[in-house]
Write a protein that binds this ligand. Structure first.
Ligand SMILES: Nc1ncnc2c1ncn2[C@@H]1O[C@H](COP(=O)(O)OP(=O)(O)OP(=O)(O)O)[C@@H](O)[C@H]1O
Length: 231
């Protein structure tokens, strides 16, 4: 059975169709890059996988279970917004995850925070954007989930923080995890991708093995994207 099965999904917000007849299958153990221009439906697709939205028609299943309340324990989701409370200290956020998720590895989280030189005695409200992004990513990845859904983990941070975020992702890369990662910074992260899904105007333009895409078009994924999406 495939880990992700999206079948003929349409998602509308009022009259706006954010996704239109989307069907995607993903096997476990893969890192999937989700790319597409602004408004192409990436966040909508990720929220459907996280069980935070329901499709207007069609179905989304994770490991055979309809995405929703029952799959939240299987899916670790990092939204593209701040999800930690500002009043918390970093240690409170770690404790919260430890209490809330049985699969959370608090020791690993503490080790990674220390490797990233992020003190736990600091308030979330006083973290820089880059440090906050790193904390959120570490918390998300330190769960032993079946699926990791990351919405723009490199968004809006400087090049040093970006490099460190890539290091965090690489640390988990070797563990054969299944991740779906949306990004506009394709060049920075494409070496992690096993497969690429490109959305355009709410439809799947391409779903292909990343290496096959490079060989077939004789160019890197970010070059292919630029060529196709600037037309
Ligand atoms: N809550 C909402 N209400 C109405 N329209 C929405 C809502 N959320 C998203 N949309 C619209 O649905 C479309 C897809 O949005 P979505 O955020 O999924 O795209 P995206 O690919 O993640 O965009 P970006 O790269 O800019 O983050 C866009 O046209 C957006 O304006």
């Amino acid at each position: 059975m495939s880990l992700i099965q999206i079948s003929e999904v349409t998602k509308s917000y009022g009259k706006k169709k954010a996704l239109h007849d989307v069907s995607i299958t993903v096997e476990s153990g893969k890192i999937i890059g989700l790319i597409g221009n602004n408004g192409s439906g990436k966040t909508t697709l990720l929220k459907l996988l996280a069980g935070l939205l329901q499709p207007s028609s069609g179905s989304v299943t994770i490991d055979g279970t309809k995405a929703g309340v029952h799959t939240k324990q299987m899916v670790s989701f990092m939204p593209d917004t701040v999800f930690l409370e500002q009043w918390m200290y970093v240690k409170d956020a770690v404790a919260f995850y430890h209490t809330f998720y049985e699969d959370f590895d608090a020791v690993k989280a503490a080790t990674m925070l220390s490797e990233m030189k992020i003190a736990q005695e600091v308030r979330i409200s006083s973290l820089s954007k880059g440090a906050l992004e790193k904390v959120q990513l570490i918390l998300t990845l330190c769960r032993r989930a079946k699926l990791y859904v990351l919405d723009e983990p490199l968004g809006g941070v400087d090049s040093v923080a970006r490099e460190q975020i890539l290091q965090i992702l690489l640390a988990f890369y070797h563990e054969e995890r299944t991740m779906i990662v949306s990004t506009h910074l394709i060049q920075e992260i494409e070496m992690l991708f096993d497969e690429v899904i490109a959305l355009q105007d709410g439809k799947v333009l391409l779903h292909m093995n990343a290496e096959e895409l490079r060989l077939r078009h004789a160019k890197a994924v970010h070059e292919w994207f630029k060529e196709v999406f600037s037309c």
